[in-house]
Design a protein around this ligand. Sequence first.
Ligand code: ARG
Length: 459
Amino acid sequence: MKLWGGRFQKETDELVNDFNASIHFDQRLYKEDITGSMAHAKMLGACGIISGEDTEAIVKGLEEILADIEAGKVEFSVDNEDIHMNVESLLTARIGQAGKRLHTARSRNDQVALDFRMYVRTQIGVIIDQLLTLETVLCRQAAKYQTAVMPGYTHLQRAQPISFAQHLMAYGAMFKRDVQRLEDCAARLNECPLGCGALAGTTYPIDRFMTAQALGFDGPMGNSLDGVSDRDYALEFLSALSILMMHLSRFSEEVILWCSWEFKFIELDDAYATGSSIMPQKKNPDVAELVRGKTGRVYGDLMGLLTVMKGLPLAYNKDMQEDKEPVFDAVDTVEMCLPVFAAMLDTMTVRTDNMRAAAGKGFINATDCADYLTKKGMPFRDAYTVTGHLVALCTAQGKTLEELSLPELQSVSTLFDKDVYEALKLENCMALRSSFGGPAVAETTRQIEALEAFIQSRK
Ligand code: ARG
């Protein structure tokens, strides 16, 4: 008979039994479930709601069940529907009467809310660690390429000179905010729903502050309906993961471009690239493409749960059992993507020669040419127009700006002098962009050091 079978005259139809069950996926929550039950039992004992003997028997029984599950000795049963009832049934089978007292002053509604919050909290820690490893790789690579000039792009058109370090540190800044978003989520979710009961609290003299503290929460949730009803922490988590995947996906897109023969800015290590079954010459950036592709899954997980939640009246509805799989899927996806992506970047070869060659074409020093004239007294808008004429001249002659002779330059403005050639050198153009946050070496050094300090502060 079911744990809840008292008022039923018939067995559950087999189709319903399978349909209703969540044990095949929520068994992942076994540890959170057992930890939560131990804290609950100790609190019931401390408040005199169950006896000291029963408390001890429950805690010891749960410890043994935990060890057996981790040793792979436990088989869960679909007849017990979910992880909560599986654990409770196992306990009662092992310790008898005392096991039946565990669920006093508790409902599966606050139990599942508790387990899921604790699960998300733990995974946030795992993902933050992985992000910090990725950040470490970015700092290490950036430190090597602070003077490596590459074209910076807008509209995927060569725009202005930057360094490879500057480009990498842009992602470093994004992943730092991803860490902070996850930290914010962890801080906000850290209120304990245990003791909210089915929805309306309980008549027993429980101590919610005690269980909250024992389970590492800042305190109990202040409204029992809210405690069992909302999944906003899971949605916030999925939002943060979606944004993180969006960053990884943009980065992947650039890795894919950079690996192409059209760019050849980087080459992936053989261990992080794949071949083609028909084209012998191919070396494909599959890792980056899969990360880009898997971003769609995580967005789907977020949209799925948002849609599950949007029409639900308070408090618990069975629809909410659908909260777990999207979160598990997003966790699995992100936790798979981050380490392989970091390792791919760690082992890539950077073709600074090709970056420099690409930077040499496309007039990415045109702004610097206009700035040169502006610094000699011409209003910027006029300098902009004059430089535009020069670019047209160069395009007609197949030249770069620095290949124009001084008389050619002076034909459009007498402000040009010999020192213009220094001003047009890409290395100088980059080095002089020393405004706060710019690509000059002093600034990329500052960025790298700041990010390293952030990583340290989180260790
Ligand atoms: N397996 C359920 C879930 O994941 C646990 C809560 C069930 N509560 C209930 N009243 N049926 O949501």
